[in-house]
Design a protein around this ligand. Structure first.
Ligand SMILES: [Zn+2]
Length: 74
């Protein structure tokens, strides 16, 4: 049952990246900058602000992506 077993690198995208890629270019830029600005935006603060705009992205998903622990980086 494990024929052709391969590591799942680069194929699974994390929720943060999937969210980014689902945005229009202007919004994508804004979110990319918010993700990079950890002084202004805590993981939780960004998650809550996104939720208010109708985007569901957990602070855990944001945190993993920011710390490069998500599927984007393994
Ligand atoms: Zn990621």
């Amino acid at each position: 049952m494990l024929e052709g077993l391969e590591p799942v690198t680069g194929k699974r995208r994390c929720k943060t990246r999937a969210t980014l890629e689902g945005l229009e270019s202007g919004d994508k830029k804004i979110l990319t900058e918010a993700l990079a600005d950890r002084n202004k935006w805590s993981d939780k603060g960004l998650s809550v602000a996104l939720q208010q705009r109708g985007i569901q992205l957990s602070n855990e998903a944001i945190g993993r992506h920011r710390r490069e622990l998500c599927s984007c980086y393994n």
